[in-house]
Design a protein around this ligand. Structure first.
Ligand code: AMP
Length: 112
């Protein structure tokens, strides 16, 4: 499948992993929009939240819980923002569900 995130997950495209378990990996975003900008990528390919099965939803729930646990080690002691874009209006550029994790500084009070 021609998916940049699948290629990162398989190792075809090198990208250091800050965290990995059987469900997902966390990498740094290549074009950071905050002092800390990470991406949480499920190992299973599905395009976005509208394509999740109930099993995928449970997986995403585990991802969110783990992100919360990892926050201090990711430099996010002051808080963080999670974003998952879907579709053209949201400017989703990679159709493999991912959660942006943003923080490490005071973020804008505007959502976009
Ligand atoms: P979105 O626009 O929500 O689909 O987010 C896709 C994100 O993936 C963007 O913030 C990109 O900067 C990021 N990105 C694209 N290619 C890579 C890559 N090879 N390594 C890390 N981040 C990437």
């Amino acid at each position: 499948m021609d998916c940049v995130f699948c290629k990162i997950i398989s190792g075809e495209i090198p990208s250091p992993r800050l965290y990995e378990d059987e469900d997902f990996i966390i990498i740094r975003d290549i074009a950071p929009q905050a002092k800390c900008h990470y991406l949480a990528l499920p190992k299973k390919h599905f395009a976005d939240v509208t394509e999740m099965t109930a099993e995928d939803a449970a997986l995403v729930g585990r991802m969110l819980r783990k992100i919360g646990e990892l926050a201090p080690t990711l430099g996010l002691t002051g808080g963080f923002r999670l974003v998952s874009n879907k579709g053209a209006d949201a400017m989703q550029s990679v159709p493999h569900l991912h959660i942006h994790i943003l923080g490490g500084e005071k973020l804008s009070d505007k959502m976009c």
